[in-house]
Design a protein. Sequence first.
Length: 144
Amino acid sequence: MDSQTGWFYWAFLSAIFAALTAIFAKVGVEGVDSDLATLIRTGVIIVVLSAFIAYTGKWANPFGLTPKTWIFLTLSGLATGASWVCYFRALKIGEAFKVAPVDKLSLVLVAIFAFTFLGERPSVREWLGIGMIAGGVLLLAFKR
């Protein structure tokens, strides 16, 4: 699978797992504090990823990474943790079919941030699609 199309395969699998995450989490937060549920989920991820890295032989000394890599991976981890806490709290009190699309408004924000900070330049057609996603989120999230 080449890099021109391989990204789509992995991104599509990510979408499937993200959808399952919403369904499993909605059921899982019943009767438990959402922050505790987030901690349990995080623990499972640590165990599974540790086993995966050990099994595939991908372990490398993290102290050999550059300070820039450490800073940005730390910031990414903090943002992920904040996102998960907010997501689980939203699932605890809201309907999954409404919470998940609003969470995916991150796609629109990624496009704006990537344009602003990374110099990425989506085409007019791509901006139109991003705008349609934003419109769909608003239609799902707000009742008239």
